[in-house]
Design a protein around this ligand. Sequence first.
Ligand code: SF4
Length: 435
Amino acid sequence: MPKKNLYIETYGCQMNEYDSDRITAALDAVVTDDPKRADVIIVNTCAIRDKADQKAFSSLGKYKHIKAKNPDVIVGVAGCVAQLYGDSMLKRMPHLDFVLGPRAIPKLPEIISDIERKKIRTVETSYDIEELFDVEPYHKAGEVTGFVSVQQGCNKRCTYCIVPYVRGDEVNRALEDIITETENLVNKGVREITFIGQTVNSWKQKGYKFGDLLRAAGDIEDLERIRFTTSYPRDITKRMIDAMKDVPQICPHIHLPVQSGSNDVLSKMNRTYSREWFVDTVNRLRDEIADFAISTDIIVGFPGETDKDFEETMTLLEEIRFESAFSFIYSPRPGTPAAEISGDECVEKEVASTRLAQLQQRQSDITFENNNNRVGTIEEVLVEGPSKKNENFVTGRTTQNRITNFMGPQALIGSVVKVKITEGLQNSIRGELVV
Ligand code: SF4
């Protein structure tokens, strides 16, 4: 039977990118970038913010006309929006053939074959825990970096977050399976892997903790670099820090969401740490691991956030000087405790927008200053591909995760080279190849 042509649109985090590659592998499909030529069209959605889920609906709407012209094309929705709205999506969108929750990917081949044979529309949001990690993702030839999922779901209950409701409680993958998938990727030419999980560093399995997983990965031959994301602050342990110090392949960078600099807001968010505890932890990481870099996530306009609370977030930027920060306006998500808060507690839209702009401007200046501080240093860069802007340049990332562009031949793709940094830019750095 010929392979199916799959058109897949992906929104959201690395977890969704990884899941889209699993969907591709589950269907053993050929990916096409033209939805009109597809046998199967899937939108893999994100529900983390209101805007993201509206985007999913409008994106799905685009395929109505394709389905009208070609009723044989199968149109489906996957990801967190699918899990959240389930059945109601079929009612709302008559051109949809299936709704697939993020944990139900292993069931996709059966779903597609049922649709083809019986012409029935399907909603599948249940899953079998034994099968959860069954499908390994499709890997595009030539890619030098790859993700490996170590965990699904989340046991924390941040009051603003919908993830535990759509992705379920934390399930950790077996150490041997993680290592085998990583080794398979390395055998295909991957030089850097990123372990992914909602709270990746809470991973534990049969007495092993996250630090042990990092050490096991460090023993994989020809694996040049190890990263992981997203870390939960409270799950940083001595065992993890020790592994980061001892295993040279682990990059000295952590993405550590702080969300707010105000203790009142952190408490309302149920983040389980204080500002002081977070700062101490960052200082500990910086003291123990040489040349350490930290990026973060911040939410502004959380219900009840006062001018003083926001000011505390701004002073935290100065105190920590993150390498970069993803920042967003709080977006109420249905079914979460924070979404129940209404009235005076809610921060007005204009106030939240002004705060976001102020925060982003300051962080952008700090990022630029940090990038400039690298000028004159010699950094190790894993070359990932040709530069988008200049055909004589290649692009890669330093161990601290800075995007670095420099003049060099494409034959360098896949190698780690030394680059002398000559210029710090807003979102990247430039340098010269050291030969
Ligand atoms: S740690 Fe909090 S923000 Fe992160 S996925 Fe879990 S509940 Fe959501």
